[in-house]
Design a protein around this ligand. Structure first.
Ligand SMILES: [Ca+2]
Length: 543
């Protein structure tokens, strides 16, 4: 057992600037530049020494590395498909890299990044897609805010689903075990490294990571005090099938049902013409896509018209995409793609005339264990087989969050209204499911579970609107809880002040704020009051 050193405690006190009032420590902390050189040297030495002192059964620590703030850290061993070859680290950290077994024949790669300017808070990052990738950018985001953070590789390396082939252990790691194992180990490492335990525990993730956050709330309610989960991939098998269904709707690029990027641009203009003003403001953003019952038939070519218009078959393609996806026996498999995705700027990969890679991977490597399965043959019958299979309950659709709520846990979830990967309607379906399962109306769910829709946000980030809510390293206008979703969660957990709106910034390319907009807490919707500039957040009202 690592023994806390006197100077560790001393610099902890220096960093935290607290003594007896630890729990009331606010969301502010000192930057490492205000620490003395002696403190940094001690931290560096402790980081090096820790490699021989860590003692957790099963954990194989490969190295520890002191990383001074400003270092551009490269990851030569990171799988190329992960797309994170390097990461600038803004604060002084101790980096620990290890493997941890998850069964007799499986393991995760785990990294722990422990900042000098530790706020006393633990945080787990998550993953994306099928990725077996440690999200170093999210570790940087969290450590820059003072969290002692961990990130794991989901039990495999790279973004392909190939690792799942005849390998239930890899699927179990992906579904729940990688994150949970990382949390158990990470929390113990925090205690051994800093010499005293964290006081609150947090989760940050989006997409597959959003699903991992809800999986934790459902199955391991003690793991976190606060969970920030974006665009959660609930109903994962159905997302895979929906991808197959969307491809079948468009057909191959040569088929008469297919729309070119030029035609998708025409469709987007028509969506805005029909629905942009429904929220009171013609600003290129739909605040409430639920009000948009899009009629693509207005785009059918008039006699003699040969461009910028659709055939009847193409209009059917668009109508199918903006309609729910049903099973053979009439059950809802997946909600519609919400209107308002900007298909003028970017045609979603579902519409590109080839089967979506993840759909093919899921059916090849999980559903059928058949590497010859061809996404062009996808049918609704396949969707039903996949949904019934639901390995390790990856659907993450449990509606009872009472264990998590009872211990005081909080969930803040957000979903972009321009999300072209996971329909934003999925989040309100899950919200309604929890509401009915727990017999709680929204005003009671508010005590522990809040959903915010973010207009003009693509999948997890980006988009045309005020989408920088403080969810990742490139989507933050500040550290203040009023401008940062993660710090808003901290304030909710530690001070009991829950966010009524989630403020988002529209960032220009140089990172400056063009305007703010307050995103409403579901089921309220944003509406322009008609008074003041459209880019003035006070000109909008949640009703
Ligand atoms: Ca609008």
């Amino acid at each position: 057992m690592y023994q806390p050193l006197q100077h560790v405690v001393l610099w902890m006190n220096q960093v935290l600037n607290v003594s007896s009032n630890f729990l009331s420590y606010s969301t502010q902390f000192q930057t490492s530049s205000s620490l003395s050189n002696t403190t940094i040297l001690d931290f560096d030495a402790n980081c090096s020494r820790f490699a021989s002192e860590v003692n957790i059964p099963g954990v194989k620590l490969h190295f520890t590395q002191y990383v001074p703030g400003g270092t551009n850290l490269s990851f030569p061993e990171n799988h190329l498909t992960c797309g994170i070859p390097y990461q600038t680290v803004s604060s002084d950290i101790c980096r620990l890299a290890m493997t941890v077994p998850t069964s007799e024949s499986s393991e995760i790669s785990l990294e722990a990044w422990f900042p000098v300017n530790y706020s006393g808070r633990f945080l787990s990052t998550a993953n994306r897609g099928f990725s077996g990738c440690i999200l170093y950018n999210e570790l940087e985001f969290a450590t820059s805010l003072g969290f002692a953070s961990v990130g794991a590789n989901n039990g495999h390396n790279g973004t392909s689903g190939f690792a799942f082939l005849n390998n239930p252990n890899a699927i179990a790691d992906y579904t729940y075990r990688s994150v949970h194992t990382g949390v158990v180990v990470g929390k113990e490492l925090v205690k051994q490294f800093y010499g005293f335990p964290f006081h609150k525990s947090y989760f940050l993730g989006c997409s597959s990571g959003g699903r991992q956050g809800f999986k934790e709330a459902q199955d391991f309610p003690a793991d976190f005090d606060g969970i920030v989960a974006g665009a959660p991939a609930f109903r994962l098998t159905r997302i895979m099938s929906w991808g197959g269904a969307l491809y079948k709707a468009t057909g191959d690029s040569g088929s008469d049902t297919f729309l070119t990027p030029e035609l998708w641009a025409v469709v987007y203009d028509e969506v805005l013409r029909q629905c942009d003003a429904l929220d009171g403001a013609v600003d290129g953003l739909l605040e409430d896509p639920g009000m948009c019952q899009f009629t693509p038939e207005t785009l059918i070519c008039s006699k003699g018209q040969t461009s910028n218009c659709l055939t009847g078959k193409q209009a059917q393609t668009v109508r199918t995409i903006f309609s729910p996806f049903y099973s053979l026996d009439g059950q809802l498999l997946f909600p519609r793609m919400q209107p308002g995705i900007n298909t003028k700027k970017q045609v979603p990969f579902y519409f590109e005339g080839v089967p979506w890679e993840l759909t093919e991977d899921w059916f090849k490597y999980v559903v059928y264990n058949d590497t010859t399965w061809d996404g062009r043959n996808f049918s609704v019958a396949d969707a039903m087989i996949a949904a019934a299979q639901n390995p390790f309950n990856i659907e993450t659709w449990e509606g009872d969050l009472s264990a998590f709520a009872k211990k005081g846990g909080k969930i803040l979830t957000y979903h972009g209204l321009q999300d072209f990967v996971i329909s934003s309607e999925l989040s309100q379906l899950y919200y309604a499911h929890v509401s009915r399962t727990m017999d709680m109306p929204p005003r009671e769910l508010d005590s522990f579970y809040r959903l915010f829709y973010v207009s003009g946000m693509d999948h997890c980030r980006g988009g045309d609107g005020a989408s920088a809510i403080g969810q990742d390293v490139g989507s933050s206008a500040g550290r203040d809880p009023n401008e940062n979703a993660l710090m808003a969660m901290v304030r909710w957990v530690e001070e009991g002040i829950a966010p009524e709106v989630l403020r988002g910034a529209k960032l220009s390319t140089d990172g400056s704020v063009e305007y703010w907009r307050g995103h409403c807490k579901w089921p309220k919707k944003n509406r322009y009051t008609g008074h003041g500039s459209i880019t003035d957040e006070n000109a909008w009202q949640c009703t």
